[in-house]
Design a binder for this molecule. Sequence first.
Ligand SMILES: Cc1cc2nc3c(=O)[nH]c(=O)nc-3n(C[C@H](O)[C@H](O)[C@H](O)COP(=O)(O)OP(=O)(O)OC[C@H]3O[C@@H](n4cnc5c(N)ncnc54)[C@H](O)[C@@H]3O)c2cc1C
Length: 296
Amino acid sequence: MKYLAPKTVEEATTLLAEHPGATVFAGATDVIPQLKAGRPEPEALVDLKKISQAVSVSDEGGHWSIGAATATAKLTGNKALAAEFPGLVEAAGLIGSDQVQSRATLGGNLCNASPAADSVPAMIANGMRAVIAGPGGTRTVAVEDIPTGPGSTQLQPGEFVVSFELDHAPARTGDAYLRLIPRTEMDIAVVGAGVRITLDDAGNVASATVAIGAVAPTARRVPAAEEALVGNPINDTTLAAVAEAASAACNPIDDKRGTIAYRRQVAGVLARRAVVAAAERAAASTNGASNNGETR
Ligand SMILES: Cc1cc2nc3c(=O)[nH]c(=O)nc-3n(C[C@H](O)[C@H](O)[C@H](O)COP(=O)(O)OP(=O)(O)OC[C@H]3O[C@@H](n4cnc5c(N)ncnc54)[C@H](O)[C@@H]3O)c2cc1C
């Protein structure tokens, strides 16, 4: 098994074309345990962490650009990003331990395509886009469209995610990610819920995105919950509708960590709590200059 370490996106796409049996990696916190567990060795491992574009975080050109191979520790340590998107950063900060986070990345979390990946509902809630490089050039795809099932993505041979685009949040916007794990830490989510809420002047919900993870083959949005929120205040009626919609959107597995009925119920509870947390952050938000929906 060869180790290849391209320094540019172009070099990486050339190497991947030359080695069709290669696997890209970033933190390798999924790849190495999988190889140790007996997954067949690829022809080559292509390290994305030497590509500066893939490991940098910038706030230029009207949006955040987050390198797909950036260690999550770098995201939790970015005060401006954490202030604007606390839910996203908290989700990234839940992945494993400090040691894992010195290597783990959003690109790996997404492309490993575990239904329980913690950062994915938070990325979906925030409308993040993946910038993908490959033999045909570059294309940009909504994060929610990347995983196609457990362990599978829509990435084509020779393609990899270079970075994520994240638009600045409108004024009076807040996000939140909550998960339930059976242990206090270092465990896989039984349910995860990512929410983003924008409030209008009257305190009603102007826009909402609700995404749930670990309860279906891929993380998914809950359109019925979003519809129940938009135009309404956060009250018992809307929260009950959110919980009902989130439970109904589940298509979970039944295993030792949670029955189907349990996962459905918890999805409703977590979606509701995440809406409350995101709405409280939206009300307290100092992002942007106005609440007319313009990005700052
Ligand atoms: C002890 C431990 C605890 C963990 N706890 C959690 C947890 O709480 N929550 C959680 O969600 N996960 C957890 N994980 C899993 C793992 O750490 C995360 O999924 C992490 O985000 C993976 O990132 P990585 O860069 O290490 O991925 P890698 O292992 O480098 O790659 C994972 C997969 O994605 C592909 N890939 C990587 N980067 C790209 C890219 N840019 N473009 C295309 N494909 C790419 C690789 O080919 C591979 O298939 C844990 C792992 C360990 C070992």
